[in-house]
Design a protein. Structure first.
Length: 108
C-alpha cells in the first residue's frame, strides 16, 4: 500500500509541474524585445511577434557540471515606421530573466 501511494504521489507531482519552460518564458522574452525596441527605435508604441522559438541544450556538459537549458526566441518588433528583429535567450537557471542579443534594424 505504501509503495502504491509513493508512486501515485510521484505521478501527480510530475503532472503539477506546469507548462514547459519554453512556454513559461515566452512572455518575458517578448517583453524584453519590446523594451529594447522601444529604446532603440525611440518609439513607445510597438508590436512584437514571436517569429521562431526553440529549446537549446546546455552548451557545457561534463561529468561534473551541466549548464542550463536555454529557450531561444526570435522576436520581430515594429513601430513608428521601423522594424527590428531580436534574438532573446532565457536560461533555465531559476532567475526568470532573459537577455536580448543584438538586433537587426530594417525600414519599411
Amino acid at each position: 500500500m505504501k509503495k502504491t501511494l509513493t508512486i501515485a504521489a510521484a505521478v501527480l507531482a510530475g503532472c503539477a509541474s506546469g507548462p514547459p519552460f519554453i512556454d513559461q518564458m515566452e512572455p518575458e522574452a517578448v517583453s524584453m524585445a519590446t523594451r529594447r525596441a522601444q529604446f532603440e527605435l525611440d518609439c513607445q508604441k510597438v508590436n512584437a511577434t514571436v517569429i521562431s522559438r526553440e529549446t537549446l541544450q546546455p552548451a557545457v556538459q561534463t561529468f561534473v557540471y551541466t549548464g542550463p537549458q536555454r529557450a531561444e526566441y526570435t522576436v520581430g518588433v515594429e513601430g513608428c515606421g521601423q522594424r527590428a528583429t531580436y534574438l532573446v535567450i532565457c536560461p533555465d537557471n531559476g532567475s526568470r530573466s532573459c537577455f536580448a542579443g543584438a538586433g537587426r534594424m530594417g525600414g519599411r
